[in-house]
Design a protein around this ligand. Sequence first.
Ligand SMILES: NCc1[nH]cc(CCC(=O)O)c1CC(=O)O
Length: 307
Amino acid sequence: MSSSKNIRIGTRDSELATWQAKQVAQQLNKLGHNTELIFVKSEGDLDLTTPLTEMGGKGVFTKALDNAMLKDEIDIAVHSFKDLPTENPLPLKVAAILERADPRDTLVTSKGTDFLDDPDYRAVIATGSNRRKAQWLNRYPNHEITNIRGNVNTRLEKVASNQWDGAIFAAAGLTRIDLDHHIDAYLDWMVPAAAQGAMAVMIREDDGEMEEVIRQLNHDETALCTTIERDFLHEMEAGCSAPVGAYANIEDGEVHFKAVALTLDGEERFDYEHRVSVGKAGDLGLEAAQELLEKGAIKVIEEIRLQ
Ligand SMILES: NCc1[nH]cc(CCC(=O)O)c1CC(=O)O
């Protein structure tokens, strides 16, 4: 591809999405390509009142960018990989998965974390995610979860104004936009969302020229791990609103994979944990889903369908 033509990078206009798109622009600039950012508003950003779990779930943040790409208004789209549905019927594909940042969930509090040690304190914790809600209630059964929407900045303001005891955020989101000083605790015990902390770059399926450029940005280890996590999610037929977590990482040539599915009230959980050599990790996501469904996690999926 000639380096004089701009690569049109489509992104949502939130601070986090813009940061991520700029990151991709920088990497492309380093490879000698010119770039421009094109901002596209998504349904998920425009409607801030409907709970995410009721917005038709799949693709509320990605549909507008998909359409812009299909109409040839942009060449590539940058996404938080965890926001991308595992099923994509459109003639679009992921051409690169970038190196993952910190995958952990974190707690931001209004008055410190001491309340976590008081078993009688009935804390109110804000999150819009069923995965975070179910895992939190599993660990802190007498706490209350309140639903939230809105971008990272609005959610932080509400914690600061003491409306809640705390709210849960992805470490990667806060760190990328320099707000990680708000983090009061890293929730190492919480299993992250599939692909949390990773970015994906999408292209038109038939755009071979762009594919050659973009695939240079791929980070192989991140791609292997997030593929296992998303295979698991897909095989569970769980969708992004399910109380399901999945996290794979590579240590000493082995893939370590953890997956969890919980009932929405957090009372029941189904856990999977396994290590295999990198060469044998291809089917880990599928195996984990089959094992958990057999163990009883099918009820988690049925519960989410009835919602
Ligand atoms: N659901 C929105 C969303 N999509 C990606 C991130 C953070 C960045 C990432 O996980 O890659 C966030 C915010 C959050 O979960 O707190």
